[in-house]
Design a protein around this ligand. Structure first.
Ligand SMILES: [Zn+2]
Length: 316
């Protein structure tokens, strides 16, 4: 680690309350400012929405036209240049006899059955396309990135009766997509309780401590590890995620360095480990070194078994 730690300390209950109040106040203040910016730019934002929708429809119509044009050429067995296509038996495709004439644009088709399948597939892909972050695109175009957030903008559009464009063109609603990450985080709270309750039968468990830390020449920051589990010989930092997809190795590395620093200061010589505990693991990414499953953990019977299991599956 290149950054040198200046200090690490655990916040007490009063400090945590104050920190949370501040954070909430900042959040509310930010939301107010965003909405003021939206009101100040409402006409621009409405125009850009309308422009954006026209653009995605134009793109769709062009794609559809292009698709129909090619399909008609195929049916007539005609090249883009107007010459009658020829079937090349040896290579199994339709091509233009005049393909060496580079002044014109030409086309080729696969053998009829394959080409038909390709058209069917391509047609299923001809649709109005728009990214899930279409609101961010609008914000960026208007140079409002630092002032307006996608979520508030979407709520604004809906409040004046405009559609969520994703929903309108048969995608999942934009808000659902924006909230997926928040939801994944929320859900891990329940998992955290299961792990905490299980481990507190045999260990001292510190749940979600607010840890303030500062690197030399940097601003102080606060982080919140999920669980710090300890007994007389070991300390385990446990980070709980719904899914190994959300594993953040840098984050756990940071917790390890901070707790390790605290131990050094207080001359605490217990062995330190960091472990990821997850509810689910993508099978394709299954690696036992990276994470343990909650189900595997909670079926362990003895304290010694748990310690060994955690040690064997440590991240660090
Ligand atoms: Zn041609």
């Amino acid at each position: 680690m290149t950054n040198k730690i200046e200090y690490v300390r655990f916040l007490n209950q009063d400090e945590i309350s104050r920190y949370l109040q501040n954070k909430k106040a900042t959040y509310i203040q930010k939301k107010i400012e965003v909405n003021i910016a939206i009101q100040q730019n409402d006409i621009l934002l409405i125009k850009e929405y309308e422009k954006f929708e026209i653009e995605i429809i134009e793109k769709y119509e062009n794609n559809l036209k292009e698709f129909r044009r090619n399909e008609a050429l195929w049916k007539d067995k005609k090249c883009k240049c107007g010459v009658k296509l020829r079937f090349y038996t040896r290579s199994n495709f339709w091509g233009c006899p005049d393909y060496t004439n580079l002044e014109e644009e030409h086309i080729t088709f696969k053998e009829d059955k394959q080409q038909k399948e390709k058209f069917d597939y391509d047609f299923s892909n001809v649709k109005v396309r728009l990214d899930k972050d279409w609101c961010s695109i609008i914000i960026k175009r208007l140079g409002l990135i630092t002032k307006v957030t996608a979520k508030e903008l979407l709520l604004f559009y809906q409040s004046i009766g405009f559609d969520d464009l994703r929903e309108k063109y048969d995608y999942k609603s934009t808000l659902t997509t924006i909230s997926t990450y928040e939801y994944a985080n929320k859900k891990s709270k329940k998992e955290e309780e299961i792990v905490r309750d299980f481990l507190s039968k045999n260990f001292r468990v510190l749940s979600q401590p607010y840890v303030e830390y500062k690197f030399v020449d940097q601003q102080k920051k606060i982080c919140i590890p999920d669980l710090i589990v300890s007994n007389n010989d070991q300390v385990f930092i446990i980070e709980i995620k719904t899914h190994n997809f959300y594993i953040n190795e840098e984050q756990l590395q940071l917790y390890y360095n901070l707790i390790s620093h605290c131990q050094a200061i207080s001359n605490d010589r217990r062995n330190l480990y960091s472990i990821f505990v997850v509810n689910e693991i993508f099978e394709s990414e299954y690696t036992n070194e990276n994470a343990i499953l909650i189900n595997d953990l909670v079926k362990l019977k003895s304290k010694q078994e748990i310690i060994e299991f955690l040690q064997q599956n440590k991240f660090q």
